[in-house]
Ligand binder design. Structure first.
Ligand SMILES: [Zn+2]
Length: 246
């Protein structure tokens, strides 16, 4: 293919925009900020489970305490009734003995229940602490996630801005390249998954980093400046410049 030597130079600007766009796409795919967001989400899930567990424990202990307190009330009421009966002076001696035995038993039972309430209150205090720790951990994880998301969004906005800038510049450069040459570039770019042209710099193809030698070098040296030459290794259009070393 023949193409104006000056138009061939424009392909280097086009390739530079494609490299910039590829780097931005790569950065978007491998954004470390994404990993930070995922880690924060993971921490939040774990801590949410911790909070739920601690809340359940506190609720269970509250229910248990209420149950014990109801039992204590029942024992007290029963003891009050027994004492009233004793104080009434109408109980038979046999009944009085039985009432006194029951009162002693009720006192033991009340003591037991009150010990259990105290023990439960201690457990409740510990559970409260666990809950508070989990809750503050969760708050911190939420804040971490918000921060990580902000950082990620800022990075994505920066990438989007870069893509817009380089996309516009690419369109502008592409608009100045004659159609057959541009079509060839695009076809090769699709094959390489990147750029369709590279500078020949110090006898080396800057696309694949292979140095030209022998007949390929001689052909490049002897080719008319307006003839489009290609790298035999990577197939890219080789753009000759003053630094080509020919
Ligand atoms: Zn090459």
């Amino acid at each position: 293919m023949q193409a104006d030597h000056f138009d061939q130079q424009k392909l280097l600007a086009l390739a530079a925009e494609d490299v910039a766009l590829a780097q931005l796409a790569h950065r978007r795919r491998t954004l470390p900020e994404n990993a930070a967001v995922t880690a924060a989400e993971e921490a939040q899930r774990t801590l949410t489970a911790d909070v739920v567990r601690a809340e359940t424990e506190v609720r269970d202990l509250d229910r248990e305490q209420k149950r014990l307190e109801t039992d204590v009330d029942g024992v007290r009421a029963r003891a009050d009734r027994d004492r009233q009966r004793l104080d009434s002076g109408t109980a038979t001696p046999k009944e009085m003995t039985s009432l006194q035995q029951e009162l002693a038993s009720l006192a033991r039972r009340q003591g037991d229940l009150e010990d259990q309430v105290l023990e439960l209150m201690e457990r409740r205090e510990a559970a409260d602490e666990v809950l508070a720790t989990a809750q503050s951990g969760l708050d911190a994880a939420r804040a971490d996630q918000a921060t990580a998301e902000q950082a990620r969004d800022a990075a994505l906005a920066e990438i989007a801005e870069g893509e817009q800038t380089h996309g516009a510049q690419r369109t502008e450069v592409a608009g100045t390249v004659p159609e057959p040459l541009l079509a060839l570039y695009e076809r090769i770019a699709k094959q390489t998954g990147g750029t369709g042209a590279a500078a020949l710099h110090a006898r080396r193809c800057e696309g694949c980093r292979i140095e030209l030698y022998g007949t390929e070098l001689a052909a490049a040296r002897n080719a008319d400046p307006h003839t489009v030459i290609r790298c035999e290794n990577c197939n890219r259009i080789l753009v000759r410049t003053a630094e080509s070393g020919l």
